[in-house]
Design a protein around this ligand. Structure first.
Ligand SMILES: [Zn+2]
Ligand SMILES: [Zn+2]
Length: 582
């Protein structure tokens, strides 16, 4: 929605004159909306938008229209006034909206491709205010732009989810929509998402594709048929929609969820079972036989209304989307050994790994407690940083004592049980940051590497093994220190560390911070083989980040973790006992 408003705003700017003032009003409004805390959808439905500073009546009604229908009369009007592609052109750095307007007026240019052709033909240099140098520079800009857009941009899962939700909201406003769901890597909860895939069922699929193509954020249609299309949005995200008739929804959702390897293998298994499983249909071979003679043979399509119907037809257990990577789940499902009690969000009873204003968190102990309570949690572990993490406000002993006092005071005001903890740095020799007599007084200890100390793989492995062997019970925090798309995991011999954990007083964290999502599913599965226990954490530095829980749960499921293997599915007493440091 924010982007649609940005589009309105840039179109208004193009219009110039009186509208320039409106453009500024829209930009201010857009910024105000972004800054508003809470559920925008609810505010709109309750007509409370005009209470936001910077949003007047006219803008509020436009935003409401955009939110409810995905279209806006202002936007539609403006789009009629300008040729398509004008928003795409404003994506070229250094090309002002005034210059775009001039190019349009003199050469009728409506897209980057047309601009490129005109510049290559030497026609841009004659336009007033351009010249040969500018023409050359434009060609360089276009070359850069192409390079950037050819390497497929991948979005972090939480951004992809936000964009996916906007598309779903828009599609849900289409009268007559039956079912709609995200599919692809987003539905499989992969860390990053290239194409946001959507599957929807509609009486006349063609009409839904047409409706989707009016989605205000679309800047480019890359591909289009009667029942599908793939487009690029203003933010650079690629979205593909597949529209099917209601009785095809289950199979389409299965097919589009993937992964490719998973679907391909199931196609082969289907063939072995006399079934023909493809993108459009699942058909069963039929032979009519009379007196030992085959009269006719053919294929009869089966109706797959629900996606879950696909698996039993192939004599296997249902495989949840998070597991569909062809990493052993198909074989397990055929042998009926796939865990059926994978951990879910509702199993989680306590929030683990939370920071407060005592170190680098944004909210107080009480604010964190109330937010966790509102999410239905029974306990919350406060784990601020230890002294070595001085850059993150690590707590020295005097401040730690003050925090414990405040935890005591807060406990009297809230129902949720507060557990005193620390996220202790692992030092280069594998010791933890507080002396044992202090560590023993915590309710829970998370032990994390924050500095890599320039160690090579062997040194890091030894450091971690020493840390895990420390006598206190500890949870290994954000195990391999990766930051998705920014910093790779550090090198170490994970299996040797896991061997040590299996015989030490330790558990492993599945970190729900969408930039960390550590440890990775393949290592979770390795740890499971060794009967190691886990906690699913939020690593929250604000009350809002308690919502990280869903990402932690998804990662745990991708690692095939069962409810009984996750310590914070326990009630408060059993959890406290399981993680008690001494
Ligand atoms: Zn940390
Ligand atoms: Zn942390």
């Amino acid at each position: 929605m924010r982007l649609a408003r940005q589009e309105i705003s840039s179109l208004l700017e193009l219009k110039g004159g009186v509208s320039r003032f409106k453009a500024r009003a829209y930009q201010t409004g857009a910024r105000a909306i972004v800054a508003v805390a809470g559920d925008i959808g609810r505010m709109i439905e309750e007509n409370r938008l005009i209470t936001v500073p910077g949003i007047g009546n006219a803008l509020a009604s436009q935003i409401k229209q955009l939110h409810l229908t995905g279209s806006s009369s202002v936007l539609d009007g403006l789009r009629k006034e300008f040729p398509p592609g004008i928003v795409e052109l404003s994506g070229l750095p250094g090309l002002s909206t005034a210059k775009i307007a001039t190019l349009h007026e003199t050469l009728g240019i409506t897209s980057i491709a047309e601009l490129q052709a005109a510049a290559e033909a030497g026609r841009v240099r004659d336009v007033k205010g351009f010249g040969a140098k500018t023409e050359q520079r434009l060609l360089e800009l276009i070359a850069n732009h192409d390079r950037e857009h050819k390497t497929e941009k991948r979005f972090h899962i939480h951004h992809a989810q936000r964009i996916g939700d906007q598309v779903l909201n828009y599609l849900q406003a289409a009268p007559g929509l039956k079912e709609v769901s995200v599919a692809g890597s987003l539905r499989r909860w992969n860390e990053t998402v290239g194409t946001i895939r959507i599957v929807a069922s509609f009486k006349r699929p063609k009409d839904l594709v047409a409706h989707f193509l009016r989605f205000p954020m679309i800047v480019k249609v890359e591909d289009q048929t009667d029942t599908s299309c793939s487009v690029q949005l203003a933010e650079g995200a690629r979205v593909s929609l597949r529209a099917v008739e209601p009785n095809q929804f289950g199979l389409a959702l299965f097919w589009e969820t993937g992964s490719e390897a998973h679907v391909k293998k199931l196609h082969e298994i289907a063939s072995r079972n006399g079934l023909d499983l493809n993108r459009e249909t699942l058909k069963v071979k039929i032979n009519r036989v009379k007196r030992g003679k085959s009269l006719s043979s053919g294929r009869r399509p089966l109706e797959i209304r629900n996606e879950s119907d696909v698996y039993p037809l192939l004599h296997m257990q249902y495989v949840p989307p998070e597991l569909r990577e062809d990493e052993g789940e198909i074989e397990a499902a055929l042998n009926k050994t796939l865990p059926e009690d994978l951990v879910t969000r509702d199993d989680i009873q306590g929030m683990v790994h939370c920071h407060t204003t005592y170190s680098d968190g944004k909210n107080s102990i009480e604010e964190m407690a109330r937010a966790a309570e509102a999410m239905g949690m029974k306990y919350l572990t406060i784990t601020d940083h230890s002294p070595t993490a001085f850059y993150a406000g690590g707590l020295k002993l005097d401040r730690l004592q003050r925090q414990w006092d405040e935890i005591g005071e807060t406990q009297e005001k809230v129902k949720i049980k507060l557990l005193k903890g620390t996220e202790s740095d692992i030092l280069s020799d594998g010791r933890l940051d507080y002396p044992d007599r202090v560590l023993e007084q915590f309710d829970v200890v998370i032990a994390s590497i924050h500095s890599r100390y320039k160690m090579d793989s062997e040194k890091m492995t030894r450091c971690l093994m020493a840390a895990m062997r420390q006598p206190v019970f500890k949870i290994w925090g954000h195990a391999l220190g990766r930051l998705i798309q920014r910093r790779p995991p550090f090198e170490c011999d994970v299996e040797r560390v896991l061997d040590v954990i299996a015989e030490s007083r330790a558990a492993i964290e599945v970190n729900g911070d969408p930039y960390r999502l550590d440890m990775e599913p393949r290592w979770i599965r390795e740890a499971r083989k060794r009967k190691i226990k886990f906690v699913i954490s939020v690593d929250a530095h604000s009350a809002g980040a308690l919502q990280n829980l869903k990402y932690g749960v998804a990662m745990a499921r991708r690692g095939w973790l069962r409810q009984g293997e996750v310590l914070n599915t326990l009630g408060v007493k059993a959890f406290a006992k399981a993680v008690r440091p001494a």
